[in-house]
Design a protein around this ligand. Structure first.
Ligand code: MRU
Length: 339
């Protein structure tokens, strides 16, 4: 399964994730500006997928502007516009920095930028596969695993981070059930994770977010693994809203709690999670469901797209360079200070 395709005619196709699981529709982009809307409206979503998409958008911009006298400033503007699309996942800024550095090296040659974007995409899949191999080792035989949101092939260049770990463990015959939180308000768990796992023949049971505690109390969860949108230098991390609640529940029930992330999601410039910008989204995502109001007209809504889980609640961090254990400040610096 994949969600991002770079085509031979130098166009970008995205699987429209707002339509899943009802329809599998691809949208093709020839210019960078509509790609910004695609990120904002979550046609494409998930931290690594946003980074890969932004890299390809920079290639589209380079092809639009190549040969113009103000090529450099136009590319800078395109990068700034892309950077303003969503604030939390650091992969977006990481990918844009990498594309800017490539542009500086190659004088803005669109072919060289295209090779860089393709490399970002390919490396993301490679990192996910490495994470899967390391992460599968912490999964016990017969595991019943709980996950939140979608950190799968759809959220990345392919294979997935948290779902990459689950895929690898499933290939080793270790997974007896995956519980997918539905993930209100936008239902990435129900619409995307359940769809992705079921399509791959991995056993999945869908639950509402508020059922996770009861499931744990019944002894039906052996492990929690989630993705990550940005990790600070001490291991505090932002992920989909509801992750923090799960981490607290897991700690209360003595259940191991892992996050899986590639190095492109680590932001060592932030000492702790308090500096991670948390995106606030439209009130209608909470006060209505599929266009039908579910709250009184004009009701006040709080709708943060992410929360920050303190590192003390983490059992381990699964990365492409191995599984890290506390003290996370030290293990992150040792493995990733030269990212
Ligand atoms: O708002 P979204 O759907 O972009 O949020 C996605 C998540 O929170 C994922 O868990 C995270 O990006 C990790 S994806 C590999």
């Amino acid at each position: 399964m994949d969600a991002i395709r770079w085509n031979a005619d130098h166009t970008l196709s995205l699987l429209d994730q707002t339509r899943l699981p009802v329809r599998e529709e691809w949208i093709t982009y020839t210019e960078y500006r509509p790609v910004i809307d695609a990120i904002r409206t979550m046609v494409v979503r998930g931290a690594p997928a946003i980074g890969v998409t932004a890299a390809y958008a920079m290639v589209l911009a380079a092809r639009q502007f190549t040969g113009t006298p103000d090529f450099g400033p136009r590319m800078d503007r395109a990068a700034a516009e892309l950077a303003a699309s969503r604030p939390t996942a650091v992969n977006l800024f990481w990918a844009l920095d990498r594309m800017r550095a490539a542009a500086a090296r190659c004088g803005g040659d669109p072919g060289a930028l295209e090779r860089e974007a393709v490399a970002i995409h390919r490396e993301d899949v490679e990192m996910n596969r490495a994470m899967g191999a390391f992460g599968a080792a912490v999964v016990p035989p017969g595991a019943r695993i709980l996950t939140h949101c979608n950190a799968g092939a759809l959220a990345t260049g392919g294979y997935g981070t948290a779902l990459g770990v689950i895929r690898a463990a499933h290939e080793q015959g270790k997974v007896s059930m995956v519980y997918a939180d539905e993930t209100r308000p936008l239902l990435q768990g129900a619409r995307l994770t359940a769809y992705e796992l079921a399509s791959d023949g991995i056993p999945v049971t869908l639950i509402c977010d508020d059922m996770a505690g009861a499931l744990m109390a019944r002894g039906q969860v052996d492990l929690v693994v989630v993705g990550c949108d940005r990790m600070a230098a001490n291991g505090d991390f932002a992920n989909k809203i509801g992750t923090y609640s799960l981490a607290v529940l897991a700690r209360h029930h003595g259940i191991p709690f892992y996050t899986a992330l590639p190095s492109s999601t680590i932001d060592l410039s932030l000492p702790d999670g308090s500096g991670i910008p948390v995106e606030q989204r439209a009130p209608e995502e909470v006060s209505a469901f599929a266009g039908t109001p579910t709250g009184p007209a004009g009701v006040s809504v709080w709708n943060p797209a992410f929360d920050v889980t303190p590192h003390q609640l983490l059992t381990g961090i699964i990365t492409e360079r191995g599984v890290l254990y506390p003290p996370f400040g030290q293990s992150l610096t040792e493995r990733f200070s030269k990212v």
